[in-house]
Design a protein around this ligand. Structure first.
Ligand code: M6R
Length: 366
């Protein structure tokens, strides 16, 4: 059942090229230069006339929502707010029938997300679901939606659900951007072409597993780690930290790289590993200067860089290369080595990777 892998988590990490492909298959039509999603077409006026989009979710799905915020604002120029479902529902939120709510959930059973959906509906919002489990409570409770085609995710630590959620959000953002004229035709086309390459690029990344494992061996005994990223990769930093916390029980925090100097920099010493996402398109020079700040305080730097990078390689203690793509699509690649890294550290520490202590696959209590 684990398909020859030692753990479901590793199997699911390796399933991502297929899961991403399955999620855009039939929707992303590169030849026709279009994205076909009837759930969006049928409700296009609601999306295009929306005052704003509010994304609600928990945990990893909330991180996918944050990537969604960058995607929608960048590609479709629609204002977005991303909320923890649990905070949203208890705040007497201001929602009207001019708002579109997107609820994201792998399981489709998360109690707080479900309750937030009911609240948004009662205030007249149109609620769209992005779920993995077909026929789940959230899939049924939402007005419309799109499934991620990740297949069953057994490991408690979410992996392929995250990348397929980002895939669906990217398709929606591109489709809306084209529909409202925010994206030029050739830009849209270029994105589709780049998106089509992603599964092969993820496959390539999975092949550097041994390299990632050797880095895991160096830092497995750390007690604290920082994850830094900017822009589209800020949520990836949060997700990288969550993965490490969940399965290896090592304390980790994700931060927007520039926030480091507003506090967490005080933590840095020679025992502190800092994972920095420094791909070459997203505010690269700024991230390089953040890395220099870490270096001058003797922190250990593990950088996720674009293939061929030389500048960061000179300063970092370790680099992990990811293939080149559009900045907006980099989360689909930069996430992969961070998943592998957490996995290997947890295995090396002898932790229960698939069923970490105190955690449930779906949180059906509020
Ligand atoms: O099923 P959902 O996507 O609604 O679950 C939300 C969170 O409980 C979930 O992502 C959790 O944070 C995972 N354990 C993360 O790996």
């Amino acid at each position: 059942e684990k398909g020859g892998f030692d753990h479901f988590m590793l199997k699911e990490i390796h399933e991502q090229p297929k899961a991403i492909t399955d999620t855009f298959r039939g929707r992303m039509l590169v030849e026709e230069n279009m994205i076909k999603m009837s759930s969006i077409d049928d409700n296009l006026d609601k999306f295009l006339n929306a005052n704003r989009i509010i994304i609600i979710a928990c945990g990893t799905s909330w991180h996918a929502g944050l990537v969604g915020e960058y995607l929608f604002e960048d590609m479709a120029r629609i204002p977005v707010e991303v909320e923890y479902a649990s905070e949203f529902r208890y705040r007497n939120p201001i929602i009207t029938n001019k708002d579109v709510v997107i609820a994201i959930s792998q399981s489709g059973e998360t109690a707080d997300t479900l309750a937030a959906i009911k609240l948004a509906k009662s205030k007249g919002a149109f609620v769209y679901g992005v779920c993995n489990v077909v026929g789940s409570s959230i899939a049924r409770e939402t007005h419309s939606g799109a499934y991620t085609h990740a297949g069953p995710e057994i490991g408690v630590a979410s992996t392929k659900a995250f990348t397929t959620q980002i895939t669906v959000l990217t398709l929606i953002a591109l489709k809306l951007g084209k529909a409202n004229g925010s994206l030029a035709d050739h830009t849209f086309k270029d994105y589709l072409k780049k998106m089509q390459l992603i599964p092969r690029q993820v496959e390539k990344l999975l092949k550097i597993d041994e390299h990632v494992k050797s880095i895991a061996a160096v830092y497995k005994d750390a007690t604290n780690c920082l994850y830094l990223g900017r822009g589209f990769n800020f949520p990836v930093a949060l997700e990288g930290a969550l993965k490490l916390k969940e399965i290896s029980y090592i304390h980790a925090e994700g931060y927007p790289a520039a926030e480091m100097k507003h506090g967490p920099i005080a933590l840095i010493d020679e025992n502190m590993p800092i994972f920095v996402i420094a791909t070459n398109r997203g505010h690269y020079e700024k991230v390089v200067s953040n890395i220099q700040e870490i270096k001058s305080r003797a922190g250990k730097i593990i950088a996720v860089v674009t293939e061929g990078d030389t500048q960061v390689r000179e300063i970092a203690d370790h680099v992990i290369e990811v293939p080149d793509t559009e900045e907006a699509l980099t989360p689909l690649l930069t996430t992969i080595p961070l998943q592998l890294l957490s996995y290997h550290i947890a295995v090396m520490l002898g932790k229960n990777v698939d069923q970490p202590r105190n955690l449930a696959k779906s949180v059906t209590v509020e």
